[in-house]
Design a protein around this ligand. Structure first.
Ligand code: IPD
Ligand code: CA
Ligand code: CA
Length: 260
């Protein structure tokens, strides 16, 4: 299985997520950071993933590295949760997906500081540190809801807060861990039931969305279809289809059309 070749590379990359001695730089906004570790992890992954599949393209967060014109494409977020990483907060992860013909077929999300490695290969189930995982069966009213306020595009924050308030009032409670990849894996793990973000990038969710679907959970974009692997996407995810439909109709009450 291809995922077995990705796992040791993800573990090695995680060693580059050092606890100190890295540089922190701002990108387009003060909230959007990149560290020297993000760059080191990405360079390591591009080198080593090319080694196991020389003809594959790459879509990576840093360095504007994107080339989708290949049958196989690696979709990589070197560190998801960079703001956490820069402050020494444990919720940060390497995220690696392999897509074939526009569909994710393998995914690994590795959070080295929490010693959690999630993996999935299409049709083979989802695993945390080698043990099979399943999404929960909790109904919407008992659901724990992970979300964010559109950190990098604050012009959407008021709409996010209206949507979040509405869902909060009808569910159990809200959490914000600061890594979409880890949060989606927590839905796969059965600890979280509901997820909404206004605008995520393919590298934030590509690996975790496969891990989620292999654990019996579901996700979709603004139009109810699969999450895009080439463009940013409003991102909804849930432990089951009923709860995803409820999230979908709530979002559409506040957003007749996508604002970007
Ligand atoms: C971010 C994290 C965060 C989410 C942001 C993402 P980054 O990724 O996943 O939880 O709220 O929308 O961009 O910038 O840390 O790779
Ligand atoms: Ca990310
Ligand atoms: Ca990142």
């Amino acid at each position: 299985m291809i995922v077995e070749k990705i796992i040791p590379i993800a573990r090695e990359a995680g060693k580059l997520m050092v606890r100190s001695g890295f540089d922190v730089m701002e990108k387009d906004t003060a909230a959007n950071l990149v560290t020297s570790s993000d760059l080191a992890v990405q360079h390591f992954l591009v080198d080593h993933l090319s080694g196991i599949m020389p003809d594959a393209g790459f879509l990576c967060e840093e360095d504007d590295l994107g080339d989708l014109n290949h049958e196989y494409v690696w979709i990589v977020d070197p560190i998801d949760g960079t703001a956490n990483y820069a402050r020494g907060i444990d919720h940060c992860a390497v995220s690696i997906a392999l897509a074939k013909g526009g569909e994710v077929i393998a995914g690994v999300v590795y959070s080295p500081w929490r010693n959690e490695l999630f993996h999935a290969e299409k049709g083979s189930g989802a695993f945390l540190n080698g043990s099979l995982i399943k999404a929960s069966e909790r109904p919407f009213k008992d659901g724990l809801f992970c979300t964010a306020m559109s950190t990098y595009r604050k012009e959407f924050a008021k709409t996010c807060s209206d949507i979040i308030f509405d869902i909060y009032m009808r569910s159990n409670d809200v959490r914000r861990f600061g890594s979409a990849a880890i949060e989606l894996c927590m839905v796969a793990l059965g600890k979280i039931e509901l997820f909404f973000e206004m605008r995520l990038q393919p590298w934030d969710y590509a690996a975790a969305s496969l891990i989620l679907s292999e654990a019996g959970g579901v996700s979709c974009g603004f139009d109810g279809g699969p999450l895009s692997l080439s463009n940013p996407s409003l991102t909804l995810a849930a432990n089951n289809q009923d709860n995803l439909s409820e999230l979908f109709s709530t979002v559409h009450r506040y957003l007749p059309e996508l604002p970007y």
